[in-house]
Design a protein around this ligand. Structure first.
Ligand SMILES: *Cc1c(COP(=O)(O)O)cnc(C)c1O
Length: 369
């Protein structure tokens, strides 16, 4: 039987650091302290230092990180939050959980990231004071056009919470994704480029006061034990995941570089084929959480690859404004809708070799002619 080439492989990430992760798990189990302890505090400092921001607050998931960040900057019932529909439903779920309503705008045709011109158009044609926040989503490993989005947001008094769930370590100029907005949300779901082995997330940012607010919200609104100053939630980072993330964070840049080598190989081999290839915008780095090609015959290609033992993913097949829970019948987002019908994520993770990429490319080129 031919070996399978998977689209993600979190077990390979464990095996790459097996002894260190085993030791970290043992250290936590022996410590007698399992939730919101020293491992979490160290991880928050290490993550903040890596990102170049003032601090971070560990939470239970990426979805919670977006929700609690929005609540910390004051978003609540009746407000509107501008985001994109080319993302996982978690982004909209987090906005909805605050009591606010998501407002979707289209993405750029080349990067498939939030379109600054669409934002400017929305804010100048619809002057709705309820629109108070902006959630750009840094999808596939590339950050959105943050200098331009921040400038527009400042002019229109919008607070910015970055969704960094797919952009750990990505740069815009010399500044990391997550160091632009008032706050930024990270997911450490196992298949993310920095993954835990369970659910985990964090809010990071430059404003220590806002981060303090997140820390209240993540544990019942407690400033002092058993006294709730706010109607907070339970969304805590556990010590096991924090200790594992502390092993994985120092390896992130090397793993992102390994992804870059595989991505460069794909780009080289597939140039000139019938597939539309991913574009890296000037002044930004791509950390290749996903290597997304586009073809109108996406479903056919995906099935063909699967027959060859190659598993490609689709992020995302249905735009959020076309999903039952968030349906907005009157809204049309042409670039997003077309992208969702055409995108295919080729296998790319540090557990793959250049030879694996060559195998995938051979199948692709045989199919595409
Ligand atoms: C994974 C992801 C989330 C949600 O993170 P969870 O940890 O699964 O809650 C949010 N936004 C984007 C873009 C994601 O990829």
């Amino acid at each position: 039987m031919k070996p399978k080439i998977q689209s993600a492989d979190p077990k390979a990430a464990y095996l790459a650091a097996e002894a260190e992760i085993d030791a970290a798990i043992k250290r936590v189990l022996m410590s007698g302290h399992y939730i919101l302890g020293p491992e979490g505090e160290h991880f928050e400092k290490e993550l903040a230092a890596y990102l170049g921001v003032a601090g971070a607050a560990g939470v239970a998931s990426g979805t919670d990180a977006i929700e609690l960040a929005l609540r910390a900057v004051g978003i609540g019932p009746g407000d509107k939050v501008i985001t994109v529909a080319n993302t996982v439903t978690a982004t909209a779920a987090a906005i909805t959980a605050t009591g606010a309503k998501p407002v979707f705008i289209d993405v750029e045709p080349d990067t498939l990231l939030m379109d600054a011109a669409a934002l400017e158009h929305l804010l100048t044609t619809v002057r709705d004071p309820k629109m108070k926040a902006l959630v750009p989503v840094h999808l596939y490993g590339q950050a959105a056009d943050m200098p331009r989005l921040m400038e527009i947001a400042a002019r229109h008094n919008l607070v910015v919470v970055e969704d960094c769930a797919q952009a750990h370590g990505s740069l815009v100029g010399d500044r990391k994704a997550g160091a632009w907005g008032q706050l930024a949300a990270f997911s450490f779901y196992p298949t993310k480029t920095l993954g835990a082995f369970g659910d985990a997330g964090a809010v990071a940012g430059r404003d220590a006061q806002l981060l303090e607010q997140v820390k209240l919200l993540r544990q019942y609104g407690w400033r002092r034990r058993y006294v709730s100053d706010l109607p907070g939630r339970n969304s805590r980072l556990d010590e096991l995941q924090a200790a594992i993330l502390r092993v994985r964070l120092p390896r992130l840049d090397a793993e992102n570089a390994a992804r870059g080598v595989l991505a460069a190989r794909y780009l080289e081999r597939l140039r000139g084929s019938a597939l539309r290839l991913p574009v890296v915008a000037a002044g930004r780095t791509h950390t290749w959480h996903q290597f997304v090609v586009r073809t109108p015959r996406r479903d056919e290609l995906r099935a063909h690859l699967e027959q060859q033992g190659v598993f490609a993913g689709v992020l995302y097949p249905v735009p959020i404004h076309r999903q039952p829970a968030y349906h907005q019948a009157e809204l049309t987002l042409p670039v997003t809708e077309q992208a969702c019908a055409e995108v295919l994520s080729l296998p790319l993770h540090p557990g793959l070799t250049v030879a694996d990429v060559d195998t995938v490319c051979a199948h692709l080129l045989a199919w595409a002619g």
